[in-house]
Each structure stands twice: as C-alpha cells, then as structure tokens.
Design a protein around this ligand. Structure first.
Ligand code: AHR
Length: 492
C-alpha cells in the first residue's frame, strides 16, 4: 500500500495549459496525410484539414501546436509557402528523407489548422539559413495590422486581418541541425534576430530562444548569462532513447528489461529539468524566463518497411507511461516549465494519432493527454507519496508517480502512473484538513506491450475507473499493472 497525502490549502502555482502541447513538423506524414490532405481529397476535410484528426485533437483539448519544425524550421523559407498553391516553389526536405516538399501547407494553412483545433499557434523561425529580414518580415506578415508591404501581401493572399501570434521561437537546435553554433555565437545571433521580431499593435510576442540539448548545462549557462533580458522562454529538447542512436530498439517488440530501461531514461527528465532550473534560478530568481520543453517523447527504430527518414513508429502502453511520467514531472516543475510539446502530433515519433489513408487510430499516448487535460490551467497542489523501487540493478525506478492540482471548481485532480509492468499497486489518498466526498475517474490499462492498430483500434482505451473504496473521506484505489489513472475528487 502506498500513501498519498495532498494538501488542498497549499496551492503552489498555476499549471499553464501549454504544458499539454504538441509539435508538428514537415517530416514524413506528420503534416501531409496526418492532418492535412488538401481540399480535393476524398478523405473528409474542411479547407484541407482532416476532419477526424481535428475532432480527435479538439476532444483531447490540444492547447498549443508548434510548427514548422524541428530541423525543418532552419531550412524553411516562409515565402515559399504562401500564395496560389500551383505557383508555390518546391524544395527538397534534406533532413527528412530527401523528399520533395511542395509547400502546399504554409502559414495560412497552419493558422487555419489551429483555428479548427482551437489551439494557440507556436511558430518556429529560421536562424540557420534565413536572414534577419526574412524573419522580421514573417512576423510583419502574420501580425501587422495596418498599411505595410507584408500586410498588403497577406491581404492579396486572402487574409485581410492579421492573426494573433504569441509564441515564436528564434531558431531550432542551433547547436546541431540549426547551424552547429557555439552557445556564445548563438546568444549573439539570438539577440540580433529577436530585436527585429517586433510587437505590432496589440500583438505581443513571447520570444523563445533555442535552448539546450538534454544535459548540455553549458548552453543554458551561456544563454542565460548573455541573453536572458531578451527572451521570454528558453527551450529544452530531451528524447527518451532506449538503446543508443544507432540501435534504438523496436517500439513494439521489447522485453521487460527494455521497459525498465525506457522508463528509467524517461525519469532522467526530472534531473535534467531540475539542473537547468538551478542555473536559470541563479540568473533569474524571479522566474521571468520560462523553460519550454518543446521536444520530448520516445524515439524508437522506425516501423519495419517504412521510410527511415519518416520516423514512423507505433505506440504502446510503454509510451503511455512515458507520457504520464513526463506530464507529472512538468506539472511538478510548472513554476518554471510553462510549455511542453510532445514530438510529434501525427505519424512521427511518439504521436497521439496515427493515420493510414482515411483511417485514424488514437494511440495510448493520446488517451494520456486526454485524461490529464483537467490539469490545464489548474493550481498545482503540494503533495507527497512514498515509493518503492522496482526494476533491475542499475536502473531502479519508482513504482508509482503522481501529480495533484485543484481546478477553479474546487475539485482536486490526481494523476497516477503505475510503472510496474507486472504488479498492481494500491494507493490510499488523504487530503489535509478535508474529506473526500466523491470520486470519479478513468483508467488506461492493458498489457505492457499492447497497442492499437488500424484493424484493432480499441485494444487500449480509456475506461471508467471503479476499483476504489471510499471510507470516512479517505480513498483507496487499486492501480492495475502498467496503467495510468486520472481521478477527480469532490471535497466534503
Ligand atoms: O523531432 C525530430 C527532430 O528531432 C527535430 O526535427 C529536431 O529538432 C530534433 O532533433
């Protein structure tokens, strides 16, 4: 039995809804086929956007979507993606399979997708191969409300009013695919590019600088030292790679040892965030600069028979636990972490949806996002739980992780992950100074390697949770092995 104690009177900070964001890149079938099929497609669509995908993402309450990359962002020239589609310039997507990009999905289409989903757009600019002028004019094109060359061009392309754009990142992985820069050089480049990303009218940009790769603490140190006054956020990328980059292992064929390795490596997110936070706290004790984890998730070998450059992988209960662990970690660090974006939205890496022709599958990761949605905008509560260590020597992990928040309605929301692939776990939940009057929730539980396919899309599915008892205001829940639980508690 585990004991979880939640203090409803101790509200720590708001959990920004953007922590539940996604990332979409011009990579494989993420945009093309995943969410965008074009107006002429037989697949039901509205203005080219798949209706099934939009409906699923709305239901999941997707709050923010990052685009157009990723590595693609630093070779993307936005002018190629506007105007008459037949006249749009084609390019080679050199990072991702060397395929031809026809630019039929561009700025207008991205804002239309966000409109349909009802989410905030998050645009990533090009530092690696783009100019200051190009970036500056993209901002003008998207947000200027008045008479200007870019506003006129936008109107000529069918959009009179500017869009609202808050989140803008100045380059992507500029320590790698975005230009192989040293942190000192990038910090200066960031300051220069960001200067010309103007706030027009009422539009106020939240400018994000390219942050570190995983445990590259030197990058954070330099960026905070040299550029903190010019940024609202600093990004962080950390992927869960079970093997090594040459042999990452299969997404679906794995042993129990692989299970533990994957979750062990996922839990490193806690140390990575805490250490970057420590550096940021030294330069920015008032927490003015957000940590934005705008790429995270599992990275396995591609599904056999698929294009290696397309990064298409399946998604099992192991991925669900990776999502649950990371989202609880982000909640716990939400004093500093203000946004996170799982990679990627559809058909690439740890996706929430997979598509094949006109069929769409919701992955186990999808259900975790949907189940955790009540944390969006809620107040993080102080809480503590005992844990047992499980797993092989050298990669011990806790058996249960959790997070608790309070919504505006005064209800307490608890998310729990059972990391054991073989054992159920019981958790007794008590609140400081309050009794629990009612509980309801949903659970995602299945064999540790279970997943959904196009022929069997409902093998793993959120279900009503009934395995609990409520005695004198204290709740005892039984977590099935390899499961994720979301509970809403009404206080007496
Ligand atoms: O998500 C796939 C790639 O991973 C992104 O393009 C890049 O930013 C990261 O290395």
């Amino acid at each position: 039995m585990h004991y979880l104690f939640i203090e409803p009177a101790q509200k720590k900070n708001k959990i920004e809804k953007e922590i539940y964001g996604n990332f979409s890149e011009h990579l494989g079938r993420c945009i093309y086929g995943g969410v965008f099929v074009g107006e002429g497609s037989d697949i039901p669509n509205e203005n080219g956007m798949r209706k099934d995908a939009v409906e699923a993402l709305r239901e999941m309450k997707l709050p923010v979507l990052r685009w157009p990359g990723g590595c693609f962002a630093d070779e993307y020239h936005w002018r190629d993606g506007i105007g008459e589609k037949s006249g749009r310039k084609k390019m080679i997507n050199t990072h991702w399979g060397g395929v031809t990009e026809d630019n039929s999905f561009g700025t207008h289409e991205f804002f239309e997708l966000c409109r349909q989903i009802g989410c905030e757009p998050y645009v990533n600019g090009n530092v690696g191969s783009g100019s200051v002028q190009e970036m500056s004019e993209w901002i003008e094109y998207m947000t200027f409300n008045g008479v200007s060359p870019m506003a006129e061009l936008r109107e000529k392309n069918g959009r009179k009013d500017p869009w609202d754009l808050k989140y803008f990142c100045v380059g992507n992985e500029n320590w790698g695919c975005g230009g192989n820069m040293r942190p000192e050089f990038y910090a200066d480049q960031y300051r220069r590019y960001a200067t010309f990303c103007r706030n027009y009218g009422g539009n106020k940009l939240f400018k994000i600088a390219c942050g570190p790769n995983a445990a590259d603490y030197e990058w954070t140190e330099v960026l905070m030292r040299e550029a903190k006054n010019y940024m609202n956020g600093l990004s962080l990328h950390y992927y869960t790679v079970t093997g090594d980059w040459q042999n990452k292992g299969s997404a679906t064929e794995f042993t129990l040892d692989d299970w533990y390795t994957t979750l062990y490596k996922t839990l490193a997110m806690e140390t990575i965030i805490s250490t970057h936070e420590g550096i940021m706290n030294r330069y920015d004790p008032e927490k003015k600069v957000a940590l934005v984890v705008d790429e995270w998730g599992t990275w396995f070998d591609v599904e056999p028979g698929t294009n290696p450059g397309f990064l298409y992988q399946q998604n099992t209960m192991r991925d669900a636990l990776v999502a649950g662990i990371n989202l609880n970690i982000f909640n716990e660090h939400s004093g500093r972490v203000k946004m996170a974006n799982i990679a990627q939205l559809a058909n690439v890496l740890q996706s929430v949806i997979l598509t094949e022709g006109d069929r769409l599958v919701k992955t186990p990761t999808y259900y975790v996002f949907k189940m955790f949605a009540r944390h969006q905008g809620a107040e993080l509560l102080a809480s503590v739980m005992d844990q047992c260590e499980i797993g092989p020597d050298g990669q011990k992990i806790p058996d249960v992780t959790h997070s608790a928040s309070m919504g505006e309605d005064g209800k307490v929301f608890v998310t729990l992950n059972n990391l054991s692939p073989v054992e159920d776990n019981e958790v007794q939940i008590a609140l400081g100074g309050k009794k629990i009057a009612e509980a309801e929730g949903t659970v995602l539980a299945a064999d540790y390697n279970a997943y959904n396919t196009f022929d069997e899309p409902d093998c793993v599915k959120e279900a009503e949770f009934k395995a609990y008892t409520l005695n004198d205001g204290v709740l005892t829940v039984k977590l099935p092995k390899a499961s994720v639980l979301a509970l809403t508690l009404t206080l007496a």
